[in-house]
Design a protein around this ligand. Sequence first.
Ligand SMILES: Nc1ncnc2c1ncn2[C@@H]1O[C@H](COP(=O)(O)OP(=O)(O)OP(=O)(O)O)[C@@H](O)[C@H]1O
Ligand SMILES: [Mg+2]
Length: 252
Amino acid sequence: MTNAPYRDDLNKIVVLNPKGGCGKTTLATNLASYFALRGPTPTLVDCDPKGFTKCWLEKRPPDSCRIKGISSDDYVVHGNRNWPFRTPREAGAVIIDTPAALGRSEISELTHIANCILIPVLPSSFDVQVMTKFIADLLLLTDFDLPMAVVANRTQQNTKSLEMLMRILAGLEIPTIAALRNTQNYVHAAAHGLGIYEMPLFRVKRDLEQMDQLIVWLDEQLVRTFEPTFMSRVNPLPRLFAASGSGPSHQD
Ligand SMILES: Nc1ncnc2c1ncn2[C@@H]1O[C@H](COP(=O)(O)OP(=O)(O)OP(=O)(O)O)[C@@H](O)[C@H]1O
Ligand SMILES: [Mg+2]
C-alpha cells in the first residue's frame, strides 16, 4: 500500500438520495460512530452545506471514539474529489453524507469516488417513487459492479406502509439490506453527538440488530478492499459503550 493521494484502498461509503429527510445524515453519522468504535478512525465527509454532521461531531463527548470530520467548506465535489482521501495510512472507512437534490454531475462524481452506495428511503409512496427513478438514473451512471443497496428507514412493524414498501423494494434491481424502525433512539443519540452503537444496550437492542444487517452487507462488499491486517484489528465487540451500559439514557 502506498500513500498515493487517491486512496483506492479506503472504504468509501456514499449515502445518497435526492429526497430530503429520508435519513442520509442519520445513517452516515451512525455508520461513522460504528466504525469509530470498531477502529481504525473513520472520516465523515459532509457534502451538505447545512453542515449537520459538523454540528453532530462538535457535540460528541470528549471521551468518545475519534471521527475525523471534513465539512462541505473543506470539500468541493467539483474539481477536487481526491482531497478528502489524502488521509493517514492508518485511516479507516470514509462515510460521505450528501445533500438532497444533488445535480447529475455531482452524483456522477460521488459514484466515481464510492466503493459502495447506500440509499435510505422512507415508507411513503411518494418517497419510493422518487427513489425508484433515482435508482434508474444511478444505474446508468455507475459501473455495473458498484455495490448499491437500499435501507428502509423509519419503518413501523406490521403496517401496510411497510408491507407496500417491502413489496416494491423486492422488485428493484438492487437489494434492500435493512429496515430500520422509527424510534426516538436515533434522535436522542444525534442530540448527544452519538450513534446508536454508543447508547445503552437495553435501549437500542432492536435497533442494533437492524443496523447489524447493514454492517454485515457492508463488510461483504468492502472486504475485498481491506488491507490484509485490517480484519485482525477489527474489534469483535464494537458496541463498547452500549455493552457497558454507560452513555446517555433515554426513553424511546
Ligand atoms: N429511524 C429513525 N427513527 C426516527 N427518526 C429518524 C430516523 N431516521 C431519521 N430520523 C429523523 O428524521 C429527520 C431527518 O433525518 P436526516 O436528517 O438524517 O435526513 P436527511 O436525508 O439527511 O435529510 P436532508 O435531505 O435534509 O439532509 C431527523 O430529525 C432524524 O433525527
Ligand atoms: Mg442530511
